[in-house]
Each structure stands twice: as C-alpha cells, then as structure tokens.
Design a protein. Structure first.
Length: 368
C-alpha cells in the first residue's frame, strides 16, 4: 500500500461551471486518501472573475504563492461575459497567463482522443476518427503571446496600430521539443513539428532547432516537419497519420482546439501544463479541462466533469508518480461510458442522462 506524505494539491475552481466540475475531482481525491491511504492535502482558493469580484485582481499574490508550493494545481475554468469589459490586465484570463509564465509552465499537453463510445458525436465520418489518439504539445510561455514590444499605439491621421512580437530562442524551442520526443518514445515514436518556416524567420529557427534535438538525442523517433496551415488541413483529412504534434504557442492554441473538436466531445478532453524538473525532481504543473467556463449552464448541475477528472488523472501520471491510480481512473471513466451514462452535452438516443454529481459518483463507484 502506497503512503504519500502531505502532497499539496491546489484546487482553483474559477468561474462558471468550474466549481461544479472541480467538486467532483475533490471527491475523487478524498476517495484516494481514504481508500488508497494517500495523504493529499487539499487547498482551495479563488481565481479568475470571482477573484476580481472579491480582490479587484484575477489572481492574488497569496494564491500565486500557494500555487508555487503545490505539487499540482487543478484549475476549473475562468472568464465569462460579466468580465468582458474589464481592462486587459484585470481580465480573468490574465490569471492563467500569470500562472503559466511565473510557474514557468512551458509545455502544454493536449490529448485528442476519440472515445469509442462517442464516435458518432464527431462531425467527421466514423472511419476517419475511430481510434484517434493524438497528443499535441504546445509551447506555452514564448511566442507572440508574450513577445515585446506589444500594445496599441496612435499613428498619423488619427489611426492606430496594434503591435505583437513573435520571438523564440533556441533553448525555448529545444526544451519543448524534448518533451514531445520523450512522449513519442512511450507512444508510437513519431513526432510532427509544425511551423511557418516558409514566411517567418522564427519558423526557420523552430524547424532547425527541433531537427537538432532529434539528431542529437532521439534517433529512435521519426520526425516530420509540416507547415502549420497544412497541418490544420491534414487534421481534417487524415488525423490518424499523427502521433505527437509539437508546435509554438499561437499555432498550438489553434491546432489543439481543432483537434479537440475532431473528437466531438470537448467536455471529455483534459490538458496539462508542465514546467522543468528541479534538482529534487519536483516539477511545477497545472491541469485543466479544455472546455471553457460555460456560464450559460453554470449552476444547473448539468456540466460534464469528465474533462476535469481526466485532467486530474494526468496530474496523477505526470506530477504525482501514481501511474497505477491514473490508469484506474481512466478505466473508470471508460466503464461509466460503457454503461451508457451521459451528461447532457454528450447525450444520444438510448443513453441515460445524468447530472454532474451523478457522473462523478458513478466514476468513483468504478474505481478499484
């Protein structure tokens, strides 16, 4: 029996349906503490719009320092129309950018998996998406979202210009490429690197540095280079040609959303944001569902908690070294889907509709 001492997990429910889906993860953590003698210490705090409402900032220093001290951060969702008109620096989404940047979470892992029970939910033909299992690795702390200079400035004749700067260094590219290659080694040993080297110098550097990492350290992994716009097309045409895709911040943002929608079940897809390991092997990390805060259904008890639960499974796997428990949680989700239980977002004819809490309870009942 495993005994883990006081591993801190920070839960940040956030806005919209965030509190509802995070509550189901909290129940699973409590089950693991009780049934598997794990000793996770749960802390919970505000982030996003609810933090702004109370503190006039999307994340407080206190919450940020809690994140620094945690083994893993599990986030629900942030944002909503209520806060759309706030100035840029105070928007709920700035909390996410601060956590990613200050925790140095440079690699975002987004699996795009088509669950066999939900093949018909995809907008593509079943033969195209059945068995789909792609991992997209997105660089998260560089590129055009963080480059300087940036801003909106006045120009002659009363006009304005918007400025964003796309910058990458060789070290930023190499470290995210290594994550992709190491994931591929445990999968089907194939990496596709996406860039725009035909029109962007930063894209030329990206291609050269990814190739260098492969040549130096990963001879056993196949590497293909692809232009990002072609990748967007290929994801619709023949998505099963891909195993691991690695790309920059902007293209990764777009391609991972596209890949997620191939599955037809956004409410089931998790994500992980990982940093570098320190000298003690500890790695800062944050896990969150791909879906947003869905304010239109908040408080109704109909949100799908599976993406958040699977995000916690990724935390067990990548941050907490509990592979067996992660496998058990993944299998529990599959069994519940096999039983025909569905939240409203994935409901189809002949299946049983359940609430957020009923779905969470059903998954816990399948844990071993």
């Amino acid at each position: 029996m495993i005994k883990v001492k006081n591993r801190k997990i920070l839960l940040l429910p956030g806005d919209g349906v965030g509190p509802e889906v995070i509550n189901e993860v909290k129940k699973i953590i409590e089950w693991l503490n009780k049934k598997k003698s794990l000793d996770f210490k749960i802390d919970q705090d505000l982030v996003g719009g609810v933090s702004y409402d109370k503190h006039k900032k999307p994340i407080t220093d206190e919450v940020f320092y809690k994140a620094l001290e945690s083994e893993a951060v599990i986030l629900g969702a942030v944002g909503g129309p209520k806060w759309d008109k706030l100035e840029f620096s105070k928007k709920p989404e700035r909390a996410l950018l601060k956590l990613r940047k200050e925790l140095k979470l440079f690699a975002n892992l987004r699996p795009a998996i088509c669950f066999k029970q939900l093949v018909e939910a995809s907008s593509l033909k079943p033969e195209i998406v059945s068995g789909l299992d792609i991992m997209i690795v997105r660089e998260l702390t560089g590129g055009i979202y963080f480059g300087e200079p940036r801003g909106i400035k006045p120009i002659e004749n009363g006009g304005r210009k918007g400025i964003n700067t796309h910058v990458y260094t060789s070290s930023e590219i190499a470290r995210v490429a290594k994550v992709a290659f190491e994931l591929a080694q445990k999968r089907n040993k194939k990496v596709t690197s996406c860039d725009k080297s035909n029109v962007m110098e930063a894209g030329v550097l990206w291609r050269e540095e990814v190739q260098k990492v492969k040549d130096n350290d990963y001879a056993d992994v196949e590497l293909n280079h692809m232009l990002a716009d072609n990748c967007a097309m290929q994801l619709l045409r023949n998505p099963k040609q891909f195993d691991v895709i690695v790309t920059d911040n902007l293209f990764g943002d777009i391609l991972s959303d596209e890949a997620a929608m191939l599955t037809g079940s956004l409410g089931l897809l998790p994500s992980a944001s990982l940093g570098t390991k320190d000298k003690n092997g500890k790695m800062r990390s944050m896990y969150e569902p791909v879906h947003g805060s869905a304010p239109d259904i908040a408080g109704q008890g109909i949100a799908n908690p599976i993406a958040t639960i699977l995000s916690f499974s990724m935390a067990l796997r990548y941050s907490l070294d509990l592979e067996k428990e992660a496998d058990s949680l993944d299998q529990a989700v599959q069994k519940v889907l096999d039983d025909g239980l569905r939240t409203k977002d994935i409901l189809s004819k002949g299946k049983k509709e359940v609430s957020t809490t009923q779905m969470g309870d059903a998954i816990i009942s399948k844990l071993k």
